[in-house]
Design a protein around this ligand. Structure first.
Ligand SMILES: [Zn+2]
Length: 150
């Protein structure tokens, strides 16, 4: 019988001879991790099924109104991790909103500059036009940098 390595705890285990497929060792923690991963994968492959389970989840939440309150009280490590996760999520959302704002304002400026560059200009306008062209170049390279950073 071949020995396999558990992907969750990293320990070696012998497969149960009755099982056709066994993906992890028999430890309850690894079984739970495997089940969570399978459920996450199934949900990502079957989008739209979350609505199907919503009534069941609402009923459960009504039956156990203080579940999360007591869970958080009993698991301070979970609370700390959750706090970090939420802060990171807020930071990323803010960052992406800022990036979108910068990009949109750059594109707006480029459109304004496109309108300014007329082919026929008088001599005293040439200096002004040169400056505009320089600004345009600067903005185009900034926009290219912003786009390539995505
Ligand atoms: Zn394991």
């Amino acid at each position: 019988m071949e020995r396999k390595r558990c992907p969750y705890c990293g320990r070696y285990y012998r497969q149960d001879p009755r099982a056709l497929v066994q993906e992890c060792c028999g430890s309850p923690d690894c079984q739970r991790a495997r089940k969570r991963q399978n459920l996450r994968r199934w949900r990502s492959l079957n989008p739209g099924n979350s609505e199907r389970y919503a009534p069941k989840e609402v009923a459960w939440a009504k039956a156990y109104p203080n579940y999360w309150q007591s869970y958080r009280k009993a698991h301070p490590d979970y609370v700390a991790r959750d706090k970090l996760r939420r802060a990171e999520s807020r930071r990323l959302a803010k960052l992406s909103a800022n990036e979108t704002g910068i990009r949109n304002s750059l594109v707006e400026k480029l459109h304004v500059l496109d309108g300014l560059s007329e082919p026929e200009v008088s001599a005293n306008e040439t200096g002004f036009l040169r400056r505009v062209i320089a600004i345009e170049d600067c903005l185009r390279s900034t926009a290219a940098l912003t786009l390539s950073a995505r």
